[in-house]
Design a protein around this ligand. Sequence first.
Ligand code: B12
Length: 246
Amino acid sequence: MRDKIQAKMQQLIEQYCKENNMESMWREPVIKYADAHSPLFDKLREIIDPDHHYPTDYMPEATLVLSYFMPFKKEIVDSNTTGELTSPEWAAAYGATNTIAGYLNEKISEYIKELGYNACPPTDLGIVRAEQLRSRWSQRHVGYIAGQGTFGINNMLISDKGCAGRYYTVITTLPLEADSVVEEERCLYKKDGSCRLCVERCPVNALQESGFVSYDCLDQCNKNEDIYGHGACGKCAAGMPCSYKE
Ligand code: B12
């Protein structure tokens, strides 16, 4: 069943690119599964938002959450390693990934239903309070529970294929075993202090010892939005040892 879902996702990406007459910007997605009843979902109410959703809020019979990471192709990651503004390629990939994720969520849910199980993508994913830039469904924290990876000091969740890319989820009743949380630290700074590149690379010094200055990061994303039409940056996720893995 895992192989079926993996193959279907890849086929959907290819189909989408063909239908839209575009080159794919992504490598093959990394798919992992979180136990919908993991006690770690309680923790998300403590560390993110007291109203953070449970998978069962979206689907009472949910057993799993399918988490998929869309890793950017190398040329997109490499395009964003220097300069203050985001690269046009990274900005375009940000916009295109938002669009393809809507399509993939819908199509993979349809496919899972054809297989005889239930599936639905989560809603309410945006920023919920002006005073805190947080969502009631944090894709990367759910990815963490699904065993996608560990968090870097850049806040990025570092998947098997690096951190340069985007995470999405689908709530489901697929009859699969959940994956375990990754135990081995993937951030070199957290592991042995040997890397701080992301901290040095941030154009607005948002990655501080005292915590992440999210509004400075937002200002920089907004600056890029004025220029490229997409509120992205990604300087802390490109050109690092954790950015891109084969
Ligand atoms: C709000 C938001 C923003 C805000 C604020 C981000 C922030 N860090 O606070 C702004 C607009 C500034 C922003 C900027 C960016 N964002 Co943004 N953003 C979101 C959004 C909508 C919600 C994030 C949220 O609620 N986070 C909750 C807060 C509390 O946690 P956090 O910031 O993730 O940081 C936590 C981790 O570092 C964690 N942590 C660290 N170590 C450990 C260890 C353990 C054991 C655990 C459990 C946790 C943990 O603890 C921190 C606090 O809880 C999500 C989409 C979604 N619905 O999930 C995308 C998302 C987080 N953004 C993403 C990206 C890529 C970016 C940018 C690179 C911009 C870009 N696309 O080019 C920058 C990077 C900012 C950064 N370094 O964090 C990706 C992250 C992908 C990844 N590889 O992790 C996401 C998941 C979107 C997606 N669908 O993929 N973003």
